[in-house]
Every structure is written in C-alpha cells, then in structure tokens.
Write a protein that binds this ligand. Structure first.
Ligand SMILES: *Cc1c(COP(=O)(O)O)cnc(C)c1O
Length: 453
C-alpha cells in the first residue's frame, strides 16, 4: 500500500470527525466547506518568511485579497497572523472593517470605484490605488475638498502579456485594469500626474493570477520598479514611497504539493526586479488564492448513482453553486475529487471512470467528467480539495441552491479536531425573505389529498 500523504490523512481525519459530530449528515447537512485555520496561519508565516526583512529593508505589508475568501472569521485569522487586507468593493471593505483591520492596513483596488466609495475610503484613511487617469482626477477633486491620511497610488498595466487563462490575465495589452503603460503617451502623461499631484506616492501592479508563469509576474513587477525609478529620477529620492506588487501566485491543483512557493517567487523577483529589495521602496503584496486554496476543502454526499450511455454518474450535492469556475470552465479549473464511504473513510477500490455531477438543473453541472475514482455509492461522500479560495466562500445562487455551512478547523495540542462555525448554512425556507416574503414549511399534505388523478 502506498503511504497516505499528510494532507490527505488530515482531510480524512477532519471528515471522519465532521461525520461523527453530524456537521455532515445525509439527511440534514449535505454539503459543507472546511477551512484549516492552522494551515492558514502556517501559510501566512511562510509568506512573511519568504520576503526579506532586515534593518535596511523593513518587512513588506502583506495584504490578503478579500475576494479569495471574504468570510470574516477567515479575515480575522489572517489579521491575527499580521496581514492587512486588499478590498475591491464596498462589501469587501465592510468585511475587512468587521474583521478588525485598521484602515492603514487596508488597500482599496477596483476599476469602478464610485465617488461615494472613494469619499469613504479617503475619510477612513484606507490606501487607494487609482485605476485610471479619470479616477486620479476624481481623487484630486475629493482631496481638494477634504484632506486625507490615505496613501494613494496608481495601478499600472505593465502590458507584459497574459498567461494560460485569459480571464485571469490582467497585464495583456488590452486589459481593463490600470493605466496601460506602453500605450503611446501614457508614460509621459503619468509622469506629469506625479508632478502635479504631490499626494500620489505609490505605484501598484497586479500582473495576473492562476495560469501566469512566475517570470511573467516578476517581469511585470520589474516594469513597475522601472517606472518608480523614472519618477524618482524626475522628482527626487523619496518621491515614491512604495510599490504594491499585487498577488497572483498560482496554485497547484493537481496534488497536495504546495508549488510554486512564495520563496520561489521571491527568487524570481530578486532576479528580475532587484530594485524592489534595495530598501528604497516599501513593499505591499496582495496574495489571495495562494494563501487559502490549499487550506480548504468541501465535502458533499452522493444522493444517487446511475449509468447513462454506459457511463457511471454520481449525483452529488456539490455543483455550480460552490464550484462555479470549474463548472463553467472545466478545462481551466480542474479540481481533484476524492471518494469516501459514509463514515468518512477513503475508498480504495479499483477506480472506474465516472462523472461527478452537481445538483443543479443544467447538463453542464459537473465537478468532473470521466474521472477514474473508486465506484461511488449513494450515501458516500466526495471531497473536493484545494477549494479554500474562490469556491464555497463565493457561492452562486443558481436554482435557489442555499449557501452551505463553512467550518473552521483547528487541531489541539492533544491532536483533537475542533470545529467553529464560520458561516451558517442558509435555510432554503428562508431564502424568500430576500424577496420580502416569509414562507413557512407547509404542513405535510395527507397522503392522497390533492393528487392530480
Ligand atoms: C484578485 C486580485 C488579487 C489576488 O489574486 P490571487 O490570484 O488570488 O492571488 C490581488 N490584487 C488584485 C488587484 C486582484 O484583483
């Protein structure tokens, strides 16, 4: 028998305990998400350790991109681990505040910030990265009306190109994000903006995300450092306070190995953008997926199994509502699936090819197609690893499918697994409250009554 990897053994332990405590139950609780809070803390430490800290080079401010997992207890854990928070909407800003992040450790990036959102951010003293020349003008007018403690930067689109997933590539020549630095005239226009606006003291870039090679990301950062150097040359030392290099470290969805690591990325940054670490510029980062993805999984019951056209299909309770990207973009976002018996013990029978389907009413609602797995049976559990970011924390309300419960998991010194509720499951009978209607579950209809015959 091959040895079980520690991460897989840990999932199995958590799953068994969740079944024992009936956090997963074939009648009551068909789907749940789990966030390994010890794992989150360890990943945050790895991030801190990867970036240089010395008397000459103060440690970076690492912010967590809230969109990757915006659940307040998760944000709170990251705050305790010394991170700040990157937000892109009023809703994410509200969550960051609720998690206790001080305004000075919140960074507000977004391409469509409203006047009211900017006013609020500037009043709070949240860092703002402007996305366009028009936004810079809007900020300039707001600062004319009222002073602010906010640090203000501008997002550069360094136009270094895209990665394997077009939707995740933010530094293509026509990307909607930032000021496109290599478009004719823009570099000069942006330099003039720095000349006109003494409050403009940061540069920001985020080259992209899943699917982007590390050297592409590092080359994007190198362009941002280069531009900062140009501002410094034009207006003097100290004119640029810092560089926000964004996030985007890709995640390995193929197995439990954490690769690439933050340390590998820092090596690439040192090679391509050595000026980032020479102590002239403060550094901010905005990682999301790489901090959370591998620290979360979801588990769902198999309700039925069937065969169609010769192919076995397991119909489960996890589908498009919690794996939206995978369902709509299965080639770009493949996920692993693991098979467990009703007690949460890994099934080890000989694999057969089968489809793993979700509960929603469209044919494409599949977690995996033609996947070799031990034969699943009704009442079994499927586990979907690597879903701590952008999956169950970001539910899609198709078919009025409710949001599943999410639990935080910690392992005590005694080896005991302890759960905390991070988000309660939505009760389907209360979904109509959002429509202004309260419906109570109907009394059971007596057998035979009202049947159409
Ligand atoms: C989404 C996003 C991030 C985080 O990206 P990850 O790939 O999750 O690390 C960081 N910065 C900005 C501006 C983003 O839009």
């Amino acid at each position: 028998m091959t040895a079980v990897a520690p991460a897989a053994a840990r999932r199995e332990r958590i799953l068994q305990e969740a079944v024992r405590q009936r956090l997963l139950d074939p009648e009551q609780s068909l789907l749940a998400g789990f966030v390994d809070l010890d794992g989150v803390a360890a990943t945050a430490r790895a991030l801190h350790d990867a970036f240089p800290r010395s008397p000459e080079v103060p440690g970076a401010l690492h912010t967590f991109a809230a969109k990757a997992n915006c659940l307040v207890p998760v944000l709170r854990e990251l705050r305790r681990q010394g991170l700040g928070c990157e937000v892109a909407t009023a809703g994410e800003l509200a969550r960051a505040r609720a998690a206790g992040f001080p305004a000075g450790r919140i960074v507000f990036d977004a391409p469509a910030k409203t006047r009211a959102e900017l006013e609020r951010a500037l009043a709070l003293g949240v860092t703002v990265n402007a996305d366009s020349f028009q936004e810079l003008e809007r900020i300039s007018r707001l600062l004319g009306e009222r002073a602010s403690r906010s640090r203000i930067g501008v997002r550069l689109n360094c136009q270094v190109g895209g990665g394997a997933i077009a939707a995740m590539s933010t530094a293509t020549s026509t990307s909607k994000f930032g000021v496109p630095l290599t478009d004719p005239g823009n570099r000069e226009r942006l330099l003039r903006a720095f000349g006109e606006h003494p409050w403009l003291t940061w540069v920001h870039t985020h080259t992209g995300s899943q699917g982007c090679p590390l050297d592409l990301m590092a080359r994007g950062v190198a362009q941002a450092v280069d531009f900062a150097d140009q501002v410094t040359a034009a207006f003097g030392e100290g004119r640029i306070a810092g560089i926000d290099i964004g996030g985007g470290l890709p995640v390995n969805f193929a197995d439990d190995e954490v690769t690439p690591t933050f340390a590998t990325y820092v090596e690439q940054l040192r090679a391509h953008a050595p000026g980032l670490f020479d102590g002239r510029y403060a550094v901010v980062t905005e990682f999301g997926r790489s901090l959370l993805a591998k620290n979360g999984f979801m588990a769902a019951y198999v309700e039925y199994t069937k065969t169609a056209g010769g192919r076995p299909i397991a119909v489960t309770h996890a589908g498009v509502q919690v794996a939206t990207r995978t369902v709509f973009g299965p080639d770009a976002w493949p996920l692993r699936i693991e098979a467990y018996d009703p007690n949460g013990t890994a099934r080890r029978d000989r694999p057969v090819r089968q489809d793993i389907a979700g509960p929603a009413c469209f044919a494409g609602d599949l977690l995996a197609r033609d996947r070799a797995l031990p034969p699943l049976r009704p009442g079994d559990l499927v586990v979907v690893p690597d879903t701590g970011a952008y999956y169950f924390s970001t539910p899609f309300h198709y078919n009025s499918l409710p949001e599943p419960a999410v639990y935080g998991v910690r392992t005590g010194a005694d080896g005991q697994t302890a759960f905390t509720l991070i988000r309660p499951a939505q009760d389907p009978w209360h979904l109509t409250e959002r429509d202004g209607v309260n419906v109570l579950p109907e009394d059971p209809v007596p057998a035979g009554a009202g049947d159409a015959r």
